[in-house]
Write a protein that binds this ligand. Structure first.
Ligand code: DGJ
Length: 717
């Protein structure tokens, strides 16, 4: 068993192939003793926590720290008892170790397919005064340096308990010389990598937007100052949740760093009635001893194969054309058919009909909620259009934005109380829309019926599930006054329930999540939808940063990337079609422009791109990603994909601005087998993997601004 319990010393050693995590029970408290490179079980793991017996709780490295008893750092949980008191003290009562991993009720989580893939430890803690039982769950994966954590709080007493905070994980690491790495952004600027010392007062990232949001991703990593892509220690924390989150790192006066992650306690509370439980979302902790690249590849493997689900998980994703940037709201069935026809000629596999096909939706001011085809625009209906597209040899995909309602809609006129709102207050609109209250069963039922009707009558192979605003006035007409602070989380649970029902009922549909691009690019959504529309910014140069940044955590198979028109609609930049293709082919590939307007020369380029992508798709979508040159630190970007057996590789190189008389630059490849020789398809030379990685090759010479190139390597035997 990769979890060893030492009864004499009351310690638990959780280990994978290369990582150990040790917990000791000290004075009844579960104490964090070690997390890092693997330790030998027979190496005397006694008293790793090194906690001075008489020291205060403020010095105790805890696994789930409480508030109010002498630890003045940020607590992992806090609750209020019926008598108004807010002090609790959890102590170890029992534990259970078992093979495999359990799911989390109502919440997305990583899973195992066989019990030998992982082992779980449950620590049961109790607070005698409040009759509260808290179960800390830890699952260690055998072949990945991954530990998942979540917490279940059960009220065994006779009175309700109000949770004020219930984070998913807290770890006190015995060191302080760390920097934090995380992703910031905004609409059309997602995935920007931030890195800085934690600093006095710590670093806290969070969302108060109702969803995970564009501004900050539910992820944080601690890295040693010497850490780069290929070396140095990394402790990654990612949260499988799509609502308000917090992730924070705090250095205490004794040079311990506490990292915690979970549902944002801001504007959150939850009443746990007698006999009921509260389940936190799951945090995914990754340790890497060889830099950020190794951390990313661990997250990629886990999320691609044990978070994403369904028939599409292991299937090659189709090359699509989406009509949004081609037509916006202004289209007819004939126009759509013409785009699909042009797509068929180019080898494209899926046509996606975006916003504007329902209600009276000729702009973004109306009709969300009325999921009925607009017969003025599509007089023969959706099924007819889908069949026309299918006849051309393309599958048919459809855009929906189910979580929203337009004030100008039949749904809103019939049910004005179905949106999130607070009685007597303004209902703040954004993009002229309000957010439906998915904490309500009747709202979820309506959506399931309305969407189910379309998905079962129209031959829909793909659904783009959009969500285009932050949440405001987060209140529900269906909940009593003392539960209004539960609404954000209940809304999220409602969304997850609806999605579970829909993906279960329509298992063949490939779902792609979207939130004005990457406004909800988080692991929670990936559990239901194995790919995400990464950003509304389709400019190839901007995408270098966005795709590179998001690849810190998210597998390439989840990153939607489309070739769009030049000049680009978001930034007005003119870029070569080949470069746009190379950037988009580094993700889940597609086109988002009017294909009927291509010249013959452009058509020839696109045909080459489409057939190339069909060849490289398995490598891009399931290979290991190695980042070679960072767009955040210069003019050059490069990344490569390597097959699992290291026999095949594909290298992309991009240069933003042309450089006169440039310095001699080298591209050192990664991830190859040093003992193998590789043939490059574009030149006749064969080179050793060691040479390609250690000595490198000269940076390709390119002409003009916004240039790119690529080459393939194949091992020769
Ligand atoms: C926002 C999405 O990110 C876009 O791709 C597009 O689907 C629009 N919504 C449609 O309203």
């Amino acid at each position: 068993m990769p979890i060893h319990y030492d009864q004499q010393n009351a310690s638990f050693h959780l280990y994978s192939q290369q990582m150990s995590y040790v917990i000791e029970v000290v004075n009844g408290y579960p104490v964090h003793a070690y997390w890092g490179k693997k330790l030998r079980q027979d190496s005397n793991l006694n008293k790793l926590a090194q906690f001075p017996q008489r020291a205060s709780l403020d010095r105790l490295p805890q696994e789930y720290p409480q508030y109010g008893s002498g630890d003045f750092r940020s607590p992992a949980y806090q609750l209020q008892l019926a008598d108004g008191t807010r002090i609790t003290e959890l102590v170890y009562k029992a534990h259970r170790i078992f093979a495999g991993k359990l799911g989390l009720e109502g919440l997305p989580a990583v899973y195992t397919e066989a019990d030998n893939e992982a082992t779980t430890l449950e620590l049961e803690l109790t607070d005698g005064y409040s009759d509260l039982t808290v179960t800390l769950s830890y699952t260690i994966f055998a072949e990945l340096n991954v530990l998942t954590r979540s917490v279940k709080l059960t009220n065994d007493g006779g009175s309700p308990v109000r949770l004020l905070r219930a984070l998913s994980a807290s770890v006190d690491i015995h060191a302080a010389e760390f920097e934090v790495v995380y992703l910031s952004g905004a609409w059309t600027r997602e995935g920007q990598i931030e890195r800085r010392p934690i600093g006095p007062g710590g670093t806290r990232i969070e969302s108060r937007r109702g969803a995970s949001g564009h501004a900050l991703n539910p992820f944080l990593a601690l890295v040693s100052p010497n850490t780069d892509e290929d070396q140095g220690e990394v402790y990654g924390f990612s949260l499988i949740y799509s609502g308000n989150f917090v992730a924070q790192a705090e250095v205490d006066p004794f040079q311990t760093t506490r990292v915690s992650i979970g549902i944002n306690p801001f504007d959150f509370s939850w009443i746990v009635a007698p006999g009921e439980s509260f389940q936190t979302p799951e945090a995914v902790l990754v340790y890497a001893s060889a830099g950020l690249g190794e951390m990313s590849r661990t997250y990629h493997r886990l999320y691609r194969t044990r978070l994403c689900r369904g028939v599409h998980r292991d299937q090659q994703r189709p090359i699509l054309v989406n009509n949004w940037e081609a037509t916006y709201f202004d289209f007819t069935a004939d126009k759509i058919e013409a785009i699909a026809e042009a797509g068929a000629e180019l080898g494209i596999e899926l046509f996606v009909l975006d916003d504007g096909w329902f209600g009276k939706r000729n702009d973004d001011t109306t009709s969300l909620g009325d999921w009925v085809v607009d017969l003025n625009k599509l007089p023969n209906g959706l099924t007819d259009l889908a069949e026309r597209v299918n006849k051309l040899g393309l599958k048919f995909g459809l855009w929906v934005e189910p979580e929203m309602v337009s004030p100008d809609s039949d749904l809103y006129r019939a049910h004005p109380d179905w949106c999130l709102h607070v009685p007597g207050r303004r209902r703040s609109e954004a993009r002229t829309q309000l957010v439906l209250d998915l904490s309500r069963q009747d709202v979820r039922e309506y959506l399931f019926e309305a969407l189910g009707k379309i998905f079962s009558t129209v031959p829909v192979a793909y659904v783009k599930w959009d969500m285009n605003r932050n949440m405001t006035e987060i209140g529900s007409a269906a909940l009593p006054a003392d539960q209004q602070a539960e609404v954000n989380h209940r809304n999220m649970l409602g969304l997850y329930e609806l999605l579970e029902r829909l993906v279960g009922s329509f298992p063949d549909i490939l779902f792609e999540s979207c939130s004005s691009g990457g406004g909800r690019f988080d692991p929670g959504m990936l559990y239901y939808m194995p790919q995400t529309w990464t950003s509304d910014n389709t400019d190839a140069m901007e995408r270098l940063k966005i795709q590179y940044g998001l690849s810190l955590i998210y597998p390439v198979s989840t990153i939607g990337a489309h070739v769009s028109a030049s000049p680009n609609h978001q930034v007005g930049r003119l870029t070569p079609l080949t470069t746009r293709g190379d950037v988009a082919m580094s993700g889940n590939f597609g086109y988002e422009l009017d294909l009927t307007k291509f010249t013959d020369e452009e058509k020839a380029i696109v045909k080459t791109q489409v057939s190339l992508y069909k060849e490289i798709r398995p490598l891009v979508q399931t290979g290991d990603l190695y980042r070679l040159k960072n767009p955040f630190s210069g003019n050059h970007t490069s990344w490569m994909f390597v097959s699992e057996n290291r026999e095949d590789a594909l290298v992309f190189y991009f240069r933003v601005m042309a450089e006169p008389n440039p310095a001699r630059g080298t591209l050192q490849l990664k991830g190859l087998n040093p003992d193998l020789d590789y043939a490059r398809e574009d030149v006749t030379e064969v080179m050793g993997g060691d040479r390609l990685m250690q000595a490198g090759i000269p940076i390709p010479e390119l002409k003009g601004d916004f240039a790119s190139t690529w080459f393939r390597l194949k091992a020769v035997h």
